[in-house]
Design a protein around this ligand. Structure first.
Ligand SMILES: *Cc1c(COP(=O)(O)O)cnc(C)c1O
Length: 464
């Protein structure tokens, strides 16, 4: 399997190279050159398999010959072995038609663990093979940082420097990062805002001094391997609910469009889906693009679902590429226009193609709170504010009575205890395995909001 750039201007690469590279040199994102297909018989045969084995079968065509089937299976088994539920991603029924796919059983209580636990192992495998070392630099406003740190802590060929805005993330989120004491993990609290921190990281990737001395890598959701790992749970859930004979609908709380795009990939691989519902909070660039055909940046508004507070949805580029007939020049034109002016129009062909699979819904803060209340009062389940945005959208859908609609649960309610308590009157407790989080020692370096100081710290403490 070879991968091409959505902007048409980069040489094709194999799975190992796209995993380590992240962004394509022409500024585009890597996508498979062709979509592998599973036959209905192959999909049926996934039913009842343990999650790691099901995952290895779904991901097999994407890794090509960079890993043997036995190696891929062994990596999946290692990646999912520390999850707190034997099914890895268990399904729960909420009412007659609605289900919840619980993706929060990983080590940091967020769905990002499902992809990052595997990606950490892929990094290690590929780097060891070529005797290379990778320095990951990232900025986090909370969830991504802890999931990425947990995935690479203690690994021999990787160092990670995670920057967060000092005093502006929750105690739980900070401690989930700073209590990881492995020597290859470096937490930096920058005395600035999240935007300051993100701008610093961006600048580091084009800083000649830094990139000359360190092999820099990223772990954000534009990495193809992350998306690939997320395709798996769409198959796992659908076969449990009667797929492929019975089409299933999914409602996906969406920010950067990685998770929703993974559902689209499952569909392209042959999984019958009734609908993919793109659920946004009031930062609704995707809802506006899907309903009005205009992909246009708005003003960022903070909400109780901060991991979905974005105004640029990077992975949407991958859908535009596919829906535009896979013409890299067209995607490049649209994205350059968006980057220059803050807005780009979808073509009528793109809109037609996207409408066949996707629908969208936006939840206000009150509607998300009402989603949490409904889940607690009517189904006895506590959900977090991100999941609530998805559940609100699922409750607005009118699917035929025989179509199950699955909301993806993306964070554990204990990560957002205050918002959950405000909506439901219940204060969710941290799961026992994290119970001593507040007793553990922390390690973190506090630095001023000054690019030179932070870059100097990384150059001094990185392995060359
Ligand atoms: C990252 C995140 C999302 C959004 O996922 P995307 O793939 O960026 O659309 C939703 N909920 C939670 C809890 C997250 O951490």
């Amino acid at each position: 399997m070879q991968y091409v750039s959505t902007r048409g201007g980069s040489p094709a690469l194999d799975f190992e190279a796209v995993t380590l590279q992240g962004l394509a040199p022409d500024g585009g994102l890597y996508v498979p050159q062709t979509w592998p297909r599973l036959t209905p018989e192959e999909i049926r045969s996934l039913a009842g398999l343990p999650y790691p084995e099901l995952g290895a079968r779904v991901m097999r065509p994407f890794v090509g010959d960079t890993l043997s089937p036995a190696q891929l299976l062994a990596l999946c088994e290692r990646a999912y072995h520390a999850f707190a539920h034997p099914a890895v991603a268990p399904l729960a029924q909420l009412d007659e038609q609605r289900w919840l796919l619980d993706l929060t059983r990983g080590p940091t209580l967020a769905f990002k663990d499902i992809a990052l636990q595997l990606v950490g192992l892929l990094f290690e495998t590929f780097l060891a093979r070529s005797h290379r070392h990778l320095t990951i630099i990232g900025a986090t406003s909370g969830d991504t940082g802890s999931a990425a740190i947990d995935a690479v802590a203690g690994r021999e060929h990787v160092d990670i420097f995670m920057l967060h805005p000092a005093d502006r993330i929750s105690d739980v989120q900070r401690r989930q990062m700073t209590t990881v004491l492995a020597p290859n993990v470096h937490n930096i609290a920058v005395q600035g805002s999240f935007d300051d921190v993100q701008a610093m990281v961006k600048r580091m990737f084009s800083d000649a001094d830094l990139t000359r001395s360190l092999n820099l890598g990223a772990v954000n959701s534009i990495n193809w391997a992350r998306l690939m790992a997320q395709v798996v749970y769409y198959f796992a859930a659908a076969v449990q609910l009667g797929g492929p004979a019975r089409p299933v609908a999914f409602s996906v709380p969406t920010g950067n469009f990685g998770d929703a795009y993974a559902g689209y990939v499952a569909h392209r691989m042959g999984l019958p889906l009734h609908r993919l519902v793109v659920a946004t909070n009031i930062n609704d660039i995707l809802h506006r693009a899907l309903t009005g055909g205009e992909y246009a940046r708005g003003d960022l508004q903070p909400t109780s679902s901060p991991s979905m507070d974005i105004q640029v949805s990077s992975n949407f580029e991958r859908l535009l590429f596919d829906a535009g007939g896979r013409d890299g020049a067209v995607t490049r034109g649209q994205l350059e226009q968006f980057e220059g002016t803050g807005a780009a129009s979808l073509t009528s062909g793109q809109r037609r193609m996207i409408d066949r699979v996707f629908t969208s819904c936006r939840a206000s803060e009150d509607e998300a709170a009402e989603g949490m209340r409904w889940a607690w009062e009517c189904a006895g389940v506590l959900i977090d504010p991100h999941t609530a945005v998805g559940l609100h959208a699922a409750r607005q859908q009118h699917c035929p009575a025989d179509v199950p609609i699955v909301t993806l649960a993306t964070a554990h309610p204990a990560k957002f205890r205050d918002a959950v308590e405000r909506a439901t009157g219940q204060r969710p407790r941290l799961p026992a395995r994290l119970g001593d989080l507040f007793a553990r020692a922390e390690r973190c370096t506090r630095l001023p909001n000054d690019y030179a100081a932070v870059a100097h710290y990384i150059a001094e403490n990185g392995r060359h």
